[in-house]
Design a protein around this ligand. Structure first.
Ligand code: ASP
Ligand code: MG
Length: 315
């Protein structure tokens, strides 16, 4: 097909899609979920900060993604892959912060079929100065329960259109250690556990090589991190990732080197860490994945207005 008719076809698709009834209902659910999460966090003393889009340092992630870089007057910026470093620095000011933060992750095209990956997405990213993993796990459970209850109450018509019955999970959520999950199910543990579960569950204590350098290593259990993922039930997969953070420059450097990263690439972050960071904990929850779960959508892009599926051109 010549490029012109490809663009015409895409334009036609975008034009029609905006008024699609199901998409409109999904966006309504998302709007209420965003409201619920913001209200809940503000009621707990959190301050909303605005997101960062360009930065000289961003999350390395633990899997290979393309680099999204911008060069500007000799300065090199990257598009934010997550606000992790900015969150750690932001809690030097306010003790509890959150942001609805756009993340760009140039995922390989093989991930287009998972139904869970977008190249551009928004995550509710939060951080709490002085908090432990237990604190933010309790917070994450309450946040999810509050949001599910709010959406159930406010979006009955939309949920009926999707034939979706939301269960309000009971707390505390079940916990499975990363090593047990891995031993039992292998690399696909997340998918299998999610498919088998009717309630959300936590995966805790990731292995050091399985996560980014900023998740704190347990000094009592070398090789094990004080971190967690929350997994949605019914096969919807990962909801959030988070944990306690490495915050001393020595530990940050050691972990970076162990992960094979060049500290030079993180110089600005390290210089700030040398001036003193607080211990903190937090997590990031993907908004589009949450929408998918709330509406029971087969694919993430079914609930996104301008979805960036890996390898596919979109508005
Ligand atoms: N930075 C993590 C992520 O984007 C979330 C977190 O640890 O706060 O997956
Ligand atoms: Mg994650």
């Amino acid at each position: 097909m010549d490029p012109r008719s490809r663009i015409e076809e895409l334009a036609e698709f975008c034009y029609r899609r905006v008024s699609d009834q199901k998409l409109k209902y999904a966006l309504l659910v998302q709007s209420e979920a965003v409201r619920a999460m913001g209200d809940f966090l503000r009621s707990r003393g959190f301050v909303e900060i605005l997101p960062v889009i360009l930065s000289p340092v961003t999350d390395p992630l633990r899997h290979a993604t393309g680099r999204a870089e911008v060069e500007y007057y000799g300065q090199r910026y990257q598009l934010t892959r997550s606000m992790i470093f900015h969150k750690q620095i932001a809690v030097l000011g306010h003790e509890r912060i959150f942001s609805f933060s756009p993340n760009v992750r140039l995922e390989p095209v093989e991930l287009a079929d998972t139904g869970r990956h977008l190249v551009e997405f928004t995550q509710l990213d939060l951080e709490v100065r002085g908090a432990t993993r237990e604190d933010v796990m309790a917070l994450g459970e309450e946040l999810l329960v509050y949001t599910l209850s709010w959406v159930q109450e406010q979006c009955a018509e939309a949920l009926a259109v999707f034939g979706r019955k939301l269960r309000i999970p009971s707390r505390p959520f079940r916990r499975v250690s990363y090593r047990d999950a891995y031993d039992r199910y292998g690399t696909n543990y997340e998918v299998i556990l999610s498919q088998e579960s009717e309630e959300p569950l936590w995966i805790v204590d990731m292995a050091v090589e399985a996560r980014e350098f900023y998740d704190r290593e347990d000094p009592e259990r070398p090789g094990t991190l004080v971190d967690m993922d929350l997994i949605y039930p019914e096969g919807f997969g990962e909801a959030l990732s988070g944990g306690e953070r490495e915050y001393t420059p020595e530990r940050i450097l050691a972990r970076m080197e162990r992960a094979g990263l060049d500290p030079e690439d993180y110089r600005l972050y390290l210089e700030i860490a040398r001036r003193g960071l607080y211990p903190s904990a937090g997590f990031g929850i993907g908004v589009e994945r949450l929408t998918r779960f709330l509406c029971g959508l087969r694919r993430i892009e079914d609930g996104v207005l301008f979805p960036k599926v890996p390898g596919t051109l979109s508005l």
